[in-house]
Write a protein that binds this ligand. Structure first.
Ligand code: 5CA
Ligand code: ZN
Length: 416
């Protein structure tokens, strides 16, 4: 799938090292519950779960993609190349339900929403993934991965003469649950709430997730060795990430970061990891499982089902500067659940104006500010600290603008 155009990223001098600030990014990892250093090789690998293309792009989506944009920007500044892969869940039950409700073709809904997402990401200056892969275009590789899981004895068909769907046997992973560290009651709750089907007759375990759904009348389906059907959600991400980021195939190794919002901790990332681990023989799919907090509005999580959404495109139409949206979302720490309100945007617009005025100030030595900015971001993307450092810089009179403005662009993605 076509991605979007990359904004330019300035190269900063001095480079991060002993004098220029940290070159090592520490991130929270849900599987250990700790903030620990990432340790990418020359090519850092990251997979961030993409949208299901309806109701995009709300500010919750934007906040999550901005968090992982900072990961990419930090690594680039530290001298790594970054291989970033993102999917699009362009066929799934919720998409079909929405298309049906609105009386449009599911594929048209998806295409229109993906285009809107591209425009919003471009406006927000989010660096694009190198591989932007739709579930539909990946259907063959995903069904092949399901077939392989059957061959490995990790997947089975339910005993249903009409629709013998294929499920993953969670017991075969050996360590199912390590990613989320949730207890069984929490797993049961989220599995039922987030697309799982604990009561499907014929499953070996209530938490076994769907891998391949056999074709139903009136639903889109694709041919495969398993029979016509479509892929389950978790295997989609396991296969798309695994095939491109060196997990599956010869000399498999874990990816550096698996990212998404905290609503994906379980069952989605738990199951994707389990699928990829059984397929690869690795003991973990990702070194870090990193999750962004939920953005809410008026006391509730912002979500499609609640309908309390604020859209990036709507704000843009109202003339809001996308850089102010970006700053408003970065004002909170990425892991904190937080609420959106208009005041946040107002404060961000004022901050942007102050920084822009400071950026135009001549002067020489911005290096200590840049080093402090790197230090703040290296500490689990501490954007509130980063913004305070820059507020102080902008309020001061001694330090020149262009060096700091380039760092704000490269590291925070905010063009002054
Ligand atoms: N297609 C799947 C992932 S494979 C999916 O979850 N799509 S989504 O459109 O529902 O969400 C896209 C991304 O935005 C996910 O990472 C999700 O965790 C994140 N997200 C959704 N709602 C919010 C919210 N209110 N706040 C923060 N992030 C959110
Ligand atoms: Zn995903």
């Amino acid at each position: 799938m076509r991605s979007w155009l990359s904004p330019s990223v300035p190269t900063l001098t001095p480079r991060p090292d002993g004098s220029g600030g940290s070159a090592i990014l520490s991130l929270y990892d849900s599987s250990t519950g700790t903030v620990r250093p990432t340790g990418p090789g020359p090519v850092a690998t990251i997979y961030v779960c993409g949208i299901t293309p309806y109701d995009s792009t709300h500010l919750g989506h934007a906040a999550t993609y901005l968090a992982f944009d900072l990961v990419q920007r930090f690594w680039l500044d530290a001298g790594h190349q970054v291989h970033y892969v993102q999917n699009i869940t362009d066929i799934d039950d919720p998409l079909l339900e929405r298309a049906e409700r609105d009386g449009i073709e599911w594929a048209d809904l998806a295409a229109e929403q993906i285009e809107l997402f591209r425009q919003d990401m471009t406006a927000l200056r989010v660096l694009p993934p190198a591989d932007y892969i739709g579930a539909v275009e990946a259907m063959d590789e995903v069904s092949a991965a399901v077939h392989r899981l059957v061959e490995l004895g990790a997947a089975y068909r339910v005993d249903d003469a009409e629709f013998p769907d294929v499920y993953f046997d969670v017991e075969t992973s050996g360590r199912f649950g390590y990613e989320s560290r949730y207890d069984r009651a929490t797993m049961d709750k989220f599995f039922a709430e987030r697309g799982g089907d604990p009561d499907r007759p014929g499953k070996k375990h209530e938490l076994d997730p769907l891998l391949w759904r056999m074709a139903r009348p009136g639903e889109p389906s694709w041919p495969s060795a398993l029979g016509r059907g479509r892929a389950g959600w978790h295997i989609e991400c396991a296969a798309i990430a695994g095939h491109r980021l060196g997990v599956l195939g010869a000399d498999g190794r874990p990816i550096d970061v698996q990212g998404g919002g905290s609503d994906l901790i379980f069952p989605h990332h738990e199951c994707s990891a389990a699928h990829a681990e059984v397929l690869s023989g690795l003991d973990r799919f990702a070194q870090h499982y990193t999750h962004a907090g939920m953005i809410g509005l008026d006391g509730e999580k912002m979500s499609k089902s609640r309908g309390n959404l604020v859209f990036v495109s709507k704000l843009r139409t109202q003339g809001v500067d996308p850089m102010a949206i970006r700053l408003a979302l970065l004002a909170g720490h990425y892991r904190t659940d937080r609420f959106w309100d208009d005041l946040l945007l107002q404060v961000a617009a004022e901050r942007l104006a102050t920084w822009r005025a400071a950026a135009g100030r001549p002067g020489s030595d911005g290096a200590p500010v840049v080093a402090a900015l790197r230090e703040a971001l290296s500490n689990d993307l501490d954007t509130p600290a980063a913004l305070s450092i820059l507020d102080e810089w902008a309020a001061g009179t001694t330090v020149g603008g262009p060096t700091v403005a380039a760092a704000v662009d490269a590291l925070l993605g905010v063009e002054l």
